[in-house]
Design a protein around this ligand. Structure first.
Ligand code: CA
Length: 424
């Protein structure tokens, strides 16, 4: 396979400096036109390219693609065509957008049918998510939460260094960036009490996460090894796993989170492919004690250097950055997560979404949740307008951003943004 990440190429479409979507990225998503038609698309600079229109114009005629494969409201059927097809389509789009290729550039009528300003379209959920799994793979996050919820001396439970802990989440409430939701209500036991009360959560939090999208299904009984894992992963998104800490604290023993987390999760609309992310691979954290053979990394260079930011925007104020972290801090890589997920023969499907768990770094400004940033409310954050936050207030918007940079090569993920509305 040829690598489509050859650098030093430019596009005939103007791409602003520091854009998340230069020609090296070419993420995939689903757009909705003003007339209601949905289509698969890629983003470049401040534009989107309608892939359904591009196929209709014959620009994919050299690739074996079913008719209308992009004329859909999800990417699932395209993704199911497999990695060689993803690669060919990416290569063709890249070729068509290169500065020195006049095929599309000089065909004004074709350009008018497939090129749109990003503000002219709505961005929809990129995939139909079948199953959603949420890992808990940041050692720093697990240590911080274990210290606050249990015991600082035994913050990590005995299994944590031996397996990537996870739970099965709920896919129905995964929403695309821009969809707001209401503060959840639930059972909460006041500190020191075993008798719950019922009211809207008073400890609403975000969780800075990333997710990977499954690109190839397995049959029941089949396992995916660390070495094979990348063939089963289509790409990644930003992810915010909203959490109600007071509800979580009361309900989570013994089976883990339930209503504290299943009311809303926000994903970014563009899936950045694993192929676009390859140049940003980096050394994963060393693992001690040694893991069981099925969890051993096939390659130590399987972390990805993705700078992650969380911005908080209180109503009628500017957004302020409250956290800077990095995906590379995760103790368990996504290849290890997938190997563990399938080691018992659990089958996976195209469009399944697997989230990383909160990605906290080693320093206090890199903690990926309000719970950790304010240390359970004991160190409130002061916003530029003078207001304080222990947890989130109604009207607060959380914006997760992420990008990779290596020399002059920079690609980004756009954003996962949503506002917390008052409880109904
Ligand atoms: Ca989570």
């Amino acid at each position: 396979m040829h690598n489509t990440n050859d650098i030093l190429i430019t596009s005939w479409i103007n791409v602003p400096d520091n854009s998340d979507f230069p020609i090296y990225n070419l993420p995939l998503g689903i757009i909705k036109h003003k007339n209601g038609r949905a289509s698969a698309a890629t983003a470049i600079g401040e534009y989107v390219i309608d892939l359904s229109a591009l196929q209709g114009l014959g620009f994919f005629s050299e690739i074996s693609l079913p008719n209308g494969i992009f004329d859909k409201d999800s990417l699932n059927e395209f993704i199911a065509l497999g990695k060689p097809v993803w690669h060919s389509v990416r290569k063709q789009i890249k070729s068509l957008l290169k500065s020195d290729n006049g095929k599309l550039r000089d065909d004004k009528e074709a350009v008018s049918k497939c090129l749109f300003n990003i503000n002219e379209v709505e961005l929809l959920m990129p995939v139909k998510v079948g199953d959603y799994t949420d890992f808990y793979s940041s050692k720093e996050h697990a240590t911080n939460v274990g210290s606050m919820f249990r015991d600082p001396k035994n913050a990590l439970l005995p299994n944590w260094l031996h397996l990537p802990v996870a739970y099965h989440g709920r896919s129905s409430s995964i929403m695309v960036s821009g969809k707001n939701f209401h503060r959840p209500k639930g059972q909460v036991a006041p500190p020191g009490s075993d008798i719950p009360a019922f009211y809207p959560s008073k400890a609403m939090d975000f969780e800075l996460e990333m997710a990977f999208i499954i690109g190839k299904q397995t049959e029941s009984g089949q396992s995916v090894s660390n070495k094979e894992a990348d063939d089963y992963i289509f790409g990644m998104t930003l992810f915010n796993d909203w959490s109600a800490r007071d509800i979580q604290r009361w309900e989570y023993v013994p089976l883990g989170p339930f209503l504290a987390k299943n009311f809303a999760s926000t994903t970014s609309p563009w899936i950045v492919t694993l192929e676009a992310l390859e140049p940003f691979r980096t050394q994963a954290p060393p693992q001690e004690p040694e893991v069981l053979p099925y969890l051993k990394r096939a390659d130590e260079n399987t972390a990805i250097d993705i700078t992650l930011e969380v911005w908080l925007q209180a109503e009628n104020t500017d957004a302020v950055k409250i956290c800077t972290s990095n995906y590379k801090h995760l103790y368990w890589t996504m290849e290890q997560q997938l190997a563990h997920h399938t080691i018992n023969g659990c089958n996976i499907n195209v469009g399944d979404l697997m989230a990383s768990g909160t990605i906290s770094g080693p320093t206090p400004d890199s903690f990926g949740s309000m719970l950790e940033l304010t240390w359970n409310g004991s160190k409130p954050i002061t916003l530029p307008n003078g207001q304080e936050r222990k947890f989130l207030q109604d009207g607060d918007t959380i914006i997760v951003k992420g990008y990779c940079q290596k020399g002059n090569l920079r690609i980004g993920f756009g954003e996962a943004k949503a506002k917390l509305l008052p409880a109904l």
